[in-house]
Structures are given as C-alpha cells and as structure tokens.
Ligand binder design. Structure first.
Ligand code: ATP
Length: 365
C-alpha cells in the first residue's frame, strides 16, 4: 500500500480550468473522499492520479515517487468506475482472472488470489455465473474483486455506488468501508453525495470549481466548515444561513439578524474577532437544524417564530420556522408536532453557531 500526494495540480481543458492548484495527501491505508457538485474537478483529479490525464502544472507522487510521466499501467493503481465494465460473455471467475492473465501470472496463483478475494467479498457462489445473472450489488462486488486481485498500491473509485438502489447503496457503503479497513488499502473515492462522504471517509476533500475548499475529517468538515460553500454542501438538512449585521449596542456586541428580525448578544471576544477578521459588518450566520430548539414557554433568549410546515421523518421531525423573511429548519423529536401557523418560541445554541464573512464567504474562526 502507499501514500498518494498531489502537489499544486492544475489541469485545463481549453478554456475550462478543471482543477486549480490543488494540493492534498492521502496517507497509507487512508480512505479519502473527493466530495463536490458535478463539474468541480473530482474525476479529473482522480484521472490525473491514475495517469489518464497529464497535469498542466504540478506533480503527482505515489510513495514519494513523482509519477507524472509514468503510464497508468506502471502506477500500480486500480480504478473502479460507476459502470462496472465487466466482460458480459465471461464468467465472474474469468472476469477476475483477466487482469492477472494479462500479466502472465501462473494459473495456481490466479486461483489462489481469486479464492481469497471472493471469500472476502462473499462472491464464491457467483464465480461460474455471467454478469447478466448478477444483481447490481453483486456486479459491483465483482468489479471490486477484479481490482482487488491485482493487489494494487492504491484503489481509485469514481462514484462506484451510483447505479445501485437506495437500500443496496447503504449496505454497500458499510461493506466497502469495512472492506477497506480489513484489507488496509489506500483508497481515493469520488462522490457528490455528502452522506456517502461523511459515512465512509477518514478524510474528505470538499471541492468546488476546481478548488479544494477544505480538507479534513468528517467531524472537522461538519463542525468547522471553512467556507459558506462547505457549510451549505455538507449536512442534511443543509445548514441554516441567515444574513446578519455585527454592531456594538449599549457597549454590547450584537448580531442583528435579517431585517431586525431578532438580535443575538455575542461575547466581546467574538465581537473582537469579527472586527479583526471580517471585511465589514455584513456577515452570514450559520446554524444547523439540530442546534436550534423550540420551547413551550418564552424565556429571555427565545425568539418568536411561526410554524411554516412540519416534515415528519419517522425518527425525527424537521420543523420549518418563519421569522420575518427568514426560514429556519429545526430538528426535533417526532413527538414535537406544532400546528401550521402556530407561534412558537425558539432559541439557538450560540456555542454551535458559525459566522461567515459575506464578501469572502470564509468562516470567521
Ligand atoms: P461529475 O461529478 O459530473 O463527474 P466532476 O467533479 O468529476 O463532475 P470533472 O469531470 O473533473 O468534474 O470536470 C471538471 C470540469 O472539466 C468540467 O467543467 C468538465 O466539463 C471539464 N472537463 C472534464 N473532462 C473534460 C474533457 N475531456 N474535455 C473538456 N472538458 C472537460
């Protein structure tokens, strides 16, 4: 297994800059996820690591060796695609044996490897079938098996679960994660699904418009989003984002939210940080649905809001509240069932709120 390092990678296609000065490192045995919307440069970065694209600028290192000019076949990486690309006329066994036969591996060793890998993937009973007789999940496991028998240094996976139905997808998420840990394989995985990234990755690189917006553990990316983009892309429901203005009133630091919809007193320490770091007093306040609470009775720090709609999700409810022109999503127990139009008291956990500079869209840490 191996480290993968991308240093100042830039890749252009005519006028399009697909990847801009990207640097990241996936350590030995790590599961790294590239997460971002369509067209943000995830696949281009992955293909550059595989050797299928040549960087315009920057370097790719595998195990500290610069591989920019090494052909894909000599990089010892295995690519698993969204489309399984199994040979339809071959059995599962022959599909898995194919890359080994291509390098003239002796037959007994091929048999041994396929035996081992098919046991790990629980596909032994499928070895004599052709792909048309497999389910989507089985095909995906065979595609993985074909990559695993090669024992590559690095696995590169491009949206490999996209074609599966929701239930199978969630099963395969867990299986893939467990498998990756069992075989200790350095893995880079591309997805636009934030749930997949959060649940599988040791580290996530959140990308937008060819730029890595933040690289960190799922916890870091969720709890400390570095930018407005990361805050809005990671998490479901998406983080509530409200316009606000920082002011000093009666010697206190306050945030005026919306069109004076409500006022939050903040610590002088945070006020100082805003004065030091923000472009100006116009900010965006971010708060996750689980950090907003509704209460039966009003208290000093509560704000009155109107219940716009209640979305029951079984294990929890999402309540949409309207405060002036702002809408705010709140996660509650399923037993909290206010009526539409009802006025309710809500408060938010100021220790869990996020502030972003409205101009630069960067977090004010
Ligand atoms: P998706 O999730 O849709 O696959 P992505 O994040 O993987 O998106 P890329 O496929 O890396 O994004 O594409 C990044 C940008 O580069 C896009 O604007 C895309 O249109 C462009 N691009 C990618 N490959 C080529 C190519 N071969 N020729 C021209 N433009 C390309």
């Amino acid at each position: 297994m191996a480290d993968v390092r991308v240093q100042n990678l830039t890749k252009r296609f005519d006028d399009v800059v697909a990847v801009k000065n990207l640097s990241l490192e996936c350590k030995d045995r790590e599961f790294m996820v590239f997460l971002g919307p369509s067209g943000c440069g995830k696949t281009t970065t992955l293909r550059s690591i595989a050797g299928l694209e040549h960087p315009d600028e920057g370097d790719i290192y595998i195990d500290n060796n610069q591989v920019n000019d090494l052909p894909p076949a000599d990089r010892d990486v295995a690519f698993v695609f969204q489309f399984y690309a199994l040979y339809p006329h071959m059995t599962v066994y022959d599909n898995m044996a194919f890359p080994l036969k291509a390098v003239k591996m002796p037959k007994p060793e091929i048999e041994q490897r396929i035996k081992e890998v098919s046991a790990v993937l629980r596909i032994e009973r499928l070895l004599n079938r052709t792909p048309s007789k497999l389910s989507g999940g089985e095909m995906q496991r065979v595609a993985l098996g074909r990559a695993m028998v090669r024992r590559p240094k690095v696995f590169l996976m491009d949206e490999p679960l996209t074609n599966l139905d929701a239930k199978l997808r969630s099963e395969m998420r867990a299986e893939l994660k467990r498998l990756q840990k069992d075989i200790g394989a350095t893995t880079i995985y591309v997805t636009h699904d934030q749930l997949e990234a959060m649940s599988m990755g040791d580290k996530i690189a959140v990308m937008n418009q060819g730029v890595a917006q933040q690289i960190g553990t799922p916890g870091e990316v969720y709890d400390h989003p570095a930018s407005l983009f990361v805050a809005s892309f990671v998490g479901s429901p998406a983080m509530n984002l409200l316009d606000c203005e920082y002011r000093q009133e009666d010697g206190k630091s306050v945030l005026i939210v919306g069109e004076n919809d409500f006022i939050l007193t903040i610590s002088d320490e945070l006020g100082k940080k805003i004065q030091d770091d923000a472009t100006d007093s116009n900010l965006i306040l971010g708060i996750r649905a689980e950090d907003v609470f509704v209460r039966d009775e009003a208290a000093e720090d509560t704000v009155q809001a109107e219940v716009y709609v209640v979305e029951p999700l079984g294990s929890e409810n999402i309540i949409d509240l309207r405060i002036g022109e702002n809408m705010l999503k709140v996660k509650t127990l399923p037993t909290v069932q206010p009526d539409i139009g009802q006025t309710i008291d809500m408060w938010l956990d100021k220790n869990r709120m996020h502030l972003f500079d409205k101009t630069t869209e960067k977090a004010i840490s």
